[in-house]
Design a protein around this ligand. Structure first.
Ligand SMILES: *[C@@H]1O[C@H](CO)[C@@H](O)[C@H](O)[C@H]1NC(C)=O
Ligand SMILES: *[C@@H]1O[C@H](CO)[C@@H](O)[C@H](O)[C@H]1NC(C)=O
Ligand SMILES: *[C@@H]1O[C@H](CO)[C@@H](O)[C@H](O)[C@H]1NC(C)=O
Length: 432
């Protein structure tokens, strides 16, 4: 869900053909559509958004987009895989590699294209592509961060029976004041911490903020390397991460200005874990999510919602699995079910939905004592209505920030300047 979102009207008609976008639906998009398939439109838009900070180039992405066929996941993968391979070849060319700027830009772009290629590969757990693309991606991205003026540092943080995968980016460039404000940044259901580099980290560094991105169970690297699906008690991921930060980077961290950010479903995870973490002085949720399960049910076709509520596990599974092979079902629904089973590590769609019942703030939100910023995107397709619920529960402590019009998509896909302006203006006002 990192970039992809759908207009609510589209979600409410999940059996509508994706192959011909209705004129009225097209009118509801505030920007030029990049594909008739809304899910592909958002994935491509997300890729373009990263080009702003060196994670891609506009025409190659639009060139790939031109060849994408609505609803065809394999073709989407193949087209971006090819672009990633070509970009990797340019990065390897010794005629380019003499220059750290070339190295950085070209490898970061290749890494972004490998991530786009991976987006729709989670239906078949045995498909070696799931790991092949990721290994290529990690290797490309690491060449990028190693060529930064202050190289990014990958760290593995022990967290009981798993390991948090994190990347530390230092803003300190040799001046008198070594301690800098610091953001801890976490993704959600599908976004990778390497996406977060382009979404927020580059913006943080140029404003003098350090950044630490992290991934826990269910998230890309931990899901692959440690074979672990999502866990509800996200403080088990965040607390060891903050421990590591303060034990290893204390000299560089201004602890009075330590903030936590959650992206997409990470908006839920950050609120949940932030409730248990007094060392964090401000929390940013993009967006606010009070109840993950409720919003998953809201996005599902009515037939599934009814079967779930009636507790008909077998019928639910049978229907959900039949949707996966029905070409008339929107890519969003297919992707959501396939990726959900992979990320939560369940072989049944019902079990995936059932697990999400544990992801609610109702029993923990009163523990949050610090200021909270909540993004509220006008065209939110995944977590509609949820930011208001978080705001209501937090009262005066929370600020709801509306994003509308061309910045109104889920997580402000394609409008990352506006997102970062809003984030850093609020942090400036709140923490100084
Ligand atoms: C990309 O390159 C790899 C080898 O590095 C190759 O196996 C794969 O088929 C290529 N994919 C495409 C779509 O060109
Ligand atoms: C990991 O530890 C937690 C808490 O200590 C426990 O609840 C969980 O079952 C453990 N998971 C595994 C896979 O051992
Ligand atoms: C898909 O939609 C077409 C046109 O409405 C219909 O003829 C076809 O039976 C549908 N296919 C499935 C598998 O539902």
């Amino acid at each position: 869900m990192k970039h992809s979102a759908l207009l609510i009207a589209f979600i409410l008609s999940p059996f509508a053909g994706i192959h011909h976008v209705q004129a009225d639906e097209q009118d509801e998009h505030p920007i030029l559509l990049l594909n008739e398939d809304s899910t592909f439109h958002f994935e491509i838009l997300g890729g373009l958004g990263q080009a702003l900070t060196g994670g891609g180039d506009i025409s190659p992405i639009l060139g790939a987009a031109k060849n994408v066929t609505p609803g065809d996941f394999d073709k989407f993968t193949d087209i971006f895989y090819r672009l990633a391979n070509e970009t990797k070849a340019a990065a390897l060319d010794p005629a380019n590699a003499y220059d750290p700027i070339n190295v950085r830009d070209t490898w970061f772009s290749a890494a972004s294209y490998f991530r786009r290629a991976d987006s729709f590969t989670h239906g078949d757990w045995d498909d070696p592509l799931i790991n092949q693309l990721w290994e290529e991606m990690l290797s490309a991205f690491d060449k990028g961060i190693n060529a930064l003026p202050i190289p990014g540092q990958r760290v593995k943080i022990p967290a009981g029976n798993f390991t948090v995968e994190a990347i530390w980016y230092s803003a300190y460039s040799g001046g008198k004041h070594k301690k800098c404000p610091t953001l801890i940044l976490g993704g959600g259901y599908d976004g990778a911490q390497e996406d977060m580099y382009h979404t927020i980290v580059t913006n943080a560094l140029v404003r003098g903020w350090n950044a630490l991105t992290y991934e826990g169970p269910g998230q890309p690297t931990v899901r692959r390397n440690q074979n672990l699906g999502f866990i509800p008690h996200w403080e088990r991921v965040l607390t060891p991460t903050v421990d590591w930060l303060l034990a290893n980077k204390r000299a560089e961290v201004d602890t009075k200005r330590l903030a936590l950010y959650g992206h997409s479903m990470g908006g839920y995870l950050a609120a949940r874990a932030g409730a248990f973490e007094p060392r964090v002085k401000a929390i940013l949720l993009n967006g606010g999510i009070f109840d993950v399960h409720e919003s998953y049910l809201d996005q599902s076709p009515a037939v599934l919602t009814d079967l779930y509520k009636a507790g008909q596990k077998d019928a639910f599974d049978e229907t959900a699995l039949s949707l996966l092979s029905n070409p008339n079902v929107s890519s969003q629904i297919r992707w959501g079910i396939e990726h959900g089973m992979w990320a939560f590590k369940t072989k049944s769609p019902y079990d995936f939905f059932h697990q999400t019942e544990q992801y609610t703030l109702k029993d923990v939100i009163s523990r949050i004592k610090v200021p909270v910023w909540i993004a509220d995107a006008e065209l939110e397709g995944f977590f509609r209505g949820q930011p208001q619920k978080v705001k209501e529960a937090l009262g005066e402590k929370a600020t709801l920030h509306p994003f509308t019009g061309t910045a109104g998509y889920h997580c402000q896909a394609g409008a990352l300047q506006e997102l970062n302006r809003a984030i850093f203006a609020w942090l400036h006002k709140t923490l100084g």
